[in-house]
Design a protein around this ligand. Sequence first.
Ligand code: C2E
Ligand code: CA
Ligand code: CA
Ligand code: CA
Length: 279
Amino acid sequence: AKRRKGNQYEIFKNRMQGKNDHVLIFETKLRNALKENLFEIHYQPKMDVKTEQLIGMEALLRWYDEELGQIPPNEFIPFAEECGLISDIGEWVLKSTALQIREWEKQFKFNLRVAVNISPLHFKEGNFVARLIKILEETKVRPEYLEIEITEMSMMDYNDDLINKIQEVKYLGITVAIDDFGTGYSSLGYLKEFPVDTLKIDRSFIVNISEGESGIAMVAAIIALAHALKLKVVAEGVETNEEMEILKQYNCEYVQGYFYSKPLNVTDITQKMLNQKTT
Ligand code: C2E
Ligand code: CA
Ligand code: CA
Ligand code: CA
């Protein structure tokens, strides 16, 4: 885990002074959270820039531990990747999201896509697609309601296997988005090789919009590149009206961020969907 202020895991580690038990205890807590269904999923709306309608959402994992409090995913996901729990967690999120979609379908006319974050370690496993198919069969969710987000990082050492795997996922009817675009320091050459649907511009570029012309130029260039490759664009971390206006000007299709909504629990996101239906 990275060292920074407010890092629950670091605080916990320091409290366990001198002992090496903290890793084991954290891992035990994480395993237990998975086994006992102590995770929760929040959903952050994605909005169409032109129509200002809710067009989809991203599933974001939440973990509250009685002793440690709320632990941010940026702390426990890397840990789960290190201790080999990430694929099980990823499958839990996929399955829970699928079952939640089935619930929504029972409650109203649901027709949105929900994106699930998949760790590159999980995606690269040999049986990823087979297990994904199993989840589709078990939950009977329509694949058209699912998207997976994989980080640009995972594309860096790409090969034909990876490209084929993305294609297989797409054949199922699940769309694929490249997450955190612009942070991977990878060659742009890979982009045209990947049969993905959407590109998510990392928040760091959106923050730069207000820094002036060069910030705007970067975002404009990324949007133009995506469109040249026939990809849709989601801008992440949009917080201000100024950012919205500039993204609109450069024909960015979708936005996600606090400007429109924070990630919401099931009750609140359900309410938001219902509100939209009646307005
Ligand atoms: P991400 O996939 O890039 O998700 C977007 C993050 O930005 C979320 O943080 C979200 O709450 C935050 N965010 C959204 N809008 C704004 C905004 O306007 N301003 C600011 N400052 N932040 C905004 P969160 O939920 O803490 O997740 C952090 C990261 O943890 C995610 O980044 C993703 O990489 C990872 N993560 C979360 N859930 C999962 C999961 O189920 N599986 C995997 N593998 N990773 C996950
Ligand atoms: Ca994401
Ligand atoms: Ca992202
Ligand atoms: Ca991120």
